[in-house]
Design a protein around this ligand. Sequence first.
Ligand code: SF4
Ligand code: SF4
Length: 214
Amino acid sequence: MSSSSKIRQVRRLCHQLCFASCVEEKRQGRHVELLRLRPHWSVLKREEQVAIIDRGAAIPFDISLPLPARDEREGSDSGVRLFWEHFNCQQCGRCCYTPGAGLYLEKEDFERIARHVGKKRLKSLCRYDKGLHAWVLRQPCPFYDKDRKGCSIYEIRPLTCAKYPLHPPLNEMPYHLAVDAFCPAARELAKESLGWWIICENNWAAILRKLSPD
Ligand code: SF4
Ligand code: SF4
């Protein structure tokens, strides 16, 4: 087996075997003890990783976090829960008022918001995307209240907004949560949780040793 497919297998096994314990270890700060025991903690220096993360302010990309992505198993949302415990939205509104391609509305989103603001008004704030067969909310978002610095339909906001800045996991890290690097609070959390990777690496190394005892 090639080393890259071995690593892929190890990551998958790690996700299956230790998603709950690794989240708890991260919550308890076990990485601090591990960092003390290791002469280095990553191939890249911390400042280099921070500089890469900070590029997200100008260049769109997603950052993988050392937290397991939720799957169909009961209790597998522990990584998502720890993410929300640590995520501290800065209320900057960048995700709402930045011009962009627009915000796709699920059918349920459209119906829920239309019940609140009226179908005619909602349609006037959207465009219909024939390719997607869906209504797309204009950006900057018409529901962002600049004076109050917040969403005027917060309780019934679209699902995408409620999940933001969480994005679908990256192809290279399919078992980890991914966040939009454009969000300053997501970038801060990515920096804070850099040390958490050492817990993943530690678990990966242990599984690798079991797979190849030599
Ligand atoms: S971009 Fe991030 S920090 Fe800013 S309002 Fe949106 S979620 Fe909050
Ligand atoms: S619906 Fe609300 S949370 Fe979503 S982009 Fe618009 S203002 Fe922001």
